[in-house]
Design a protein around this ligand. Structure first.
Ligand code: NAD
Length: 453
């Protein structure tokens, strides 16, 4: 049996070590999920709804425990971690309403009656990255279970603790054995087995573009369903007529939240030329005010990066760029990195084009609306973004023009469980969350009944 050591990124100390499953154990878990699928899809809709509601309630009664686990395992601030555990609760509660409403259609045709059914796919494999272990697990498992599928879920090697606990809480809530299993292990062997084992009928992957491409190519072999949620390099577009004070005060949290390890991070700030200097003055004050502290403290606004390797990777971008100003970070143990602002970088530079996945933001000027759109869209990514203006027409024009999946006007929020989330271009394929999420976990079946004698 191999084990993997789990390190607290704030202290660099080992918290625990976890067992890593082998490919044989993964196959056995997938076989259990397959064997459990007929009974789970046969649970009547009201009872499946009741079980999901109970799962949500059990998560609710463990919010603090789950949050503390995430602070220790991932270095998330306690405030964020409580929100993340609450998000799992809310997603389960929201999709508990779905089994009784997942209805097909009756379509007018000649010679009979035509009806459609939404059938579950069978076994769904969910692969989760290390940056948001709880929410991303919930976004897959909630609608997948609601649609009548069984689920095998692989957390990231670095951050498995909350997922393992969610697996236990599901059993406590009465979700039958084999319906939701957490399989901890290495990506290339255990994770990729979800792609190659033909009992898994869909892979729901969130992570890097590099691995996402491999998953998509592998799934093509079996024409396996796949959803990909990949990287981002989103733009925060600030027009001269915006509430500049508010836009500047909130901009640090749009990119430095979770230490910038956020696929929705607005890591490019585009500011209209005529208010650029004023914005930078206000932004500097805001960045220097970000509280980068021990994440277990209630007043902490940003914790450390996940590993020292991640910190080295992030630091490599600063060496090549013009630093305008930086915030602060603690000294001593922990993978700390101070919030960093790069000014007018070369738009073909690595810092302006790559998803850095750390607390670094680039600020550039733009002349007019067309220029803002040109810069915002000059990226292979298209996940999120913000537009700050008081002009409603301009807000809507620009929102329609930006090639991304989840935009906010005069706000930096990206995710609401009741609204769809996902990427344009190389940020992914498919949508999660929102009222239609179950469609991604169902096959539509058409049945014609002849009424002719
Ligand atoms: P990663 O691609 O390295 O790993 C993601 C998951 O895939 C992990 O569980 C890993 O073990 C597994 N994995 C690795 N190689 C695999 C393989 N060959 N086959 C199957 N599984 C494999 O990503 P990461 O470093 O954990 O996460 C950071 C990335 O995730 C960033 O690019 C970020 O933008 C992206 N992300 C996207 C979203 C979104 O919703 N669009 C959300 C969060 C994170």
């Amino acid at each position: 049996m191999s084990t993997f050591s789990i390190i607290n990124p704030s202290t660099e100390e080992e918290i625990t070590s976890v067992e890593m499953l082998s490919v044989e154990q993964t196959d056995a878990a997938i076989a259990r999920a397959k064997a459990s699928a007929p009974a789970w899809r046969a649970v009547n809709p009201a009872d499946r709804a009741r079980l999901l509601r109970r799962f949500s309630e059990v998560v609710d009664s463990h919010i603090e425990e789950l949050a503390q686990l995430e602070v220790a395992n991932s270095g998330h601030t306690i405030g964020n971690a409580r929100w993340e555990a609450g998000n799992v609760r809310d997603v389960l509660a929201y999709y508990a309403g779905a089994p009784e409403r997942h209805s097909g259609r009756q379509i007018p045709v000649a010679g009979g009656v035509d009806i459609t059914f939404y059938e579950p796919l069978g076994v769904v494999g969910i692969i989760v990255p290390w940056n948001f272990p709880m929410p991303i697990a919930g976004w897959g498992l909630g609608p997948a279970l609601a649609a009548g599928n069984t689920v095998v879920l692989k957390p990231a090697m670095l951050t498995p603790l909350t997922a393992i606990r969610l697996g236990e809480l599901a059993l406590d809530a009465g979700i039958p054995e084999g319906v939701f299993q957490v399989i901890n292990g290495d990506g290339a062997s255990v994770g990729y087995r979800f792609v190659t084992n033909d009992a898994v009928r869909k892979v729901c992957f969130t992570g890097s573009n590099e691995v996402g491409r491999k998953i998509m190519a592998g799934c093509a072999e079996q024409v396996k369903r796949v959803t990909l949620e990949l990287g981002g390099k989103s733009a925060n577009i600030i027009f001269a007529d915006a509430n500049l004070e508010k836009a500047a005060a909130m901009a640090p949290y749009a990119v430095f939240d979770n230490a910038g390890q956020d696929c929705c991070a607005r890591s490019r700030i585009l500011v209209e030329d005529k208010v650029y200097d004023k914005f930078m003055e206000l932004f500097e004050v805001a960045v220097k005010g970000v509280k980068v502290l021990d994440p277990s403290r209630d007043d902490s606004e940003m914790g450390p990066l996940i590993t020292s390797a991640q910190r080295d990777s992030v630091a490599s971008y600063v060496e090549e760029a013009n630093v305008a100003f930086r915030g602060s970070a603690p000294e001593g143990p922990g993978y700390w990195f101070a919030p960093t602002v790069l000014e007018t970088p070369d738009q073909s530079s690595r810092a302006f084009r790559d998803e850095i996945f750390g607390p670094i933001v680039s600020v550039v000027r733009f002349g007019d609306e067309a220029d803002a759109l040109r810069i915002a869209n000059d990226t292979p990514y298209g996940l999120s973004g913000s537009i700050w203006t008081r002009d409603l027409g301009k807000a809507l024009r620009v929102a329609r023009g930006v090639e991304t999946g989840a935009l906010s006007v005069n706000s930096n929020s990206s995710v609401r469980y009741a609204t769809p989330f996902g990427g344009f271009k190389q940020s992914g394929i498919g949508r999660e969350l929102g009222p239609d999420a179950l469609l991604g976990f169902s096959e539509e079946k058409n049945v014609f009944l002849s009424t002719e004698e």
